[in-house]
Design a protein around this ligand. Sequence first.
Ligand code: ADP
Ligand code: ZN
Length: 724
Amino acid sequence: MIVEVALPVPLRGGFDYLLPEGQPTPTPGCRVRVPFGSRQLSGVVVTIKQDSEQPTAKLRQLSAVLDHQPILSERLLEWLNWASRYYQHPLGDVISTALPARLRKGDAATIQQTCWQLTETGLAQDSQSLKRAPQQQALVERLQSGRCDARTLKQAFSATVIRALEEKGLIETVEDEYVADTDWPQRIHICGQLTPNLEQSLAITAVNNHAQGFQCFLLEGVTGSGKTEVYLQTIAPLLKQGRQILILVPEIGLTPQTVARFEQRFGIEVAVLHSGLTDKERLRVWQQAGLGEVGIIIGTRSAIFTPLANPGMIIVDEEHDGSYKQQDGWRYHARDLAVVRARMEKVPLILGSATPSLETLNNALGSRYQHLSLGKRAGGANAVKHQVLDIKGQALDYGLAKGMQQRIRLHLQQGHQVMLFINRRGFAPALICHQCGHVEECHRCERSFTLHRQLKKLQCHHCGDAKVVPHRCAACGHPDLQPVGMGTEQLEQGIQRIFPDYSAMRIDSDSARGKQKLHGLLEEINQGKSQLLIGTQILAKGHHFPRVSLVVILDVDSALFSADYRAAEHLAQLITQVAGRAGRAQIQGELWLQTHNPGHPLLQDLLNNGYQHFARLALKERQFAALPPYSYQALFRAEAVDGNLAYGFLEQVKACLQPTDITLIGPLPALMEKRQGRYRMQLLLQSDKRTGIQQWLSNMMSNIEKLPLANKVRWSLDMDPMDF
Ligand code: ADP
Ligand code: ZN
């Protein structure tokens, strides 16, 4: 018997081991310990086979089998195998990424359960002898019908009663096999269901008609159109059948309100997976989901790896959100993995968004996904009015034109809130010497330091490096150092000066450090404590601000002229999402964009015709330029302190290629050429056929790993890259 094991090492493929005599054969999906070089590693069994490509004499024996039962089901293993091939990423590392940290470190996967039972004395004694202590008598009688787990017993009896009986020697604890508590379907109690409008009804019916097998849906609904209500109503019948629902939300979208909404509707507890959990809590949720003890699991990107005993549906909310793409290590896209997982699990998948990604929209328009639309805001809220303000040649106070200031005042006087949006935190993006023009730069990234007045620091937004604000210019020694440009801190200060009678609040990753803090600030906003809200894109995502009637985006020009071909899509998503935050209730919402280019065709189309129209036009442009989703890309990145090495490595990669139908672009410097003291280069592969790239890579990856420079640079491969 040969056991093939996936190990968390940066090498492709599985590793073969011999099974020692007398050792029972482990099932695929079980963890084992094996010798690897001079170390012992734990890995996961992928297959059991008769033969190895290696000569048997060379194979080593595995050291120990760690699990009696597989921790990964056959289906999940198959899915991860697929992912490893698709992303051209070593299987061992893929599996390791998918497992909770505790299981990676070798903790037990099964839950041990402490139970109470009667001792021999307890069994021999008549419970009547306890009749002067009725609680104790009741407990003994309860255990006469069999042992009971500690958790349940504690709910029925006080700790004092339990301790008293233990001291009398009548009861004792034993470790017992854990019995999963899968009663939740009986506890479901639906409460507060709204009457769906026509579009919602159509969507719900469409999903229900396919609820017993795989089908992918795009639920394209403007913000506030009642997508969540559609999720709630489509999952209800599945939950009642005891089928589990996995819901992915963007990092920032996982608010207590979201969770509360699902708990309130069904009256059952929702399991939550986010970055704030301890390893132990994370393992617990993983186990509960795998045992079928929870009906609804809500989590961010990595929650896609949660095992489900009885899957019913997967939902990816705000499917366009960039946080679904992992940006280091194994660079997977949780939405794309969800599509394949849903197909393998034979369950429906709903991708929901007000601003679907062009990839998803293309799949829906091409009928690969069923397209469901919600065009109106539910609950009677009005659509937001979009307007552009031409700021060419206008005097600006803290980035705001005079006319804009009047508009803001008007909304404030009506008792509403105003949201100002600027995509740059800190006080100013640079500090310049007024005498000699010297700008303080981070030498590791060759970019200017951002001035943070509050922290009294200069901070590099690319590597996080920081230092105290200098009093004199490092080049000429003159003390006249002036901030250039504007960030959220400065805007907050300025706004407070222009509108001294109103209170301002800033929300960016500096002011909202930690999830709890952010939730606190958002609560305060909705209580109306501040009238002027200043923020970065944190504010744009998923939250509801019913008191906001005016949203101003101070500067859209930087995104209109970006080198990244996705910038237009992202700007349009941002504008639409920001607009969706305003005027939720009965207030007429307004969105204003300040720009020097009011005639820009992209802006015009977006404002006149909305995201749906814009996105279809943008797709045509992509098709014309043969860009994704009409072509497929893979990006080799390499970085090194010596830029020549990074370049040289990618040259070698390029030389590996036999001429095929793949276009190669590069090696070129990355948009951000230097970071943390390393030079960054990239080589882009593009093809109009996915299989072309896949085939070439699967043949070449092991050769690339052996290239002379492969060990001298830090390199990675990014399938379907999102940033360059
Ligand atoms: P989305 O998820 O698309 O942003 P929500 O589901 O959060 O939208 O709905 C927005 C608001 O509209 C919520 O306050 C919700 O209670 C309300 N709503 C949704 N559907 C209906 C409906 N059919 N009737 C009345 N109100 C609704
Ligand atoms: Zn830096």
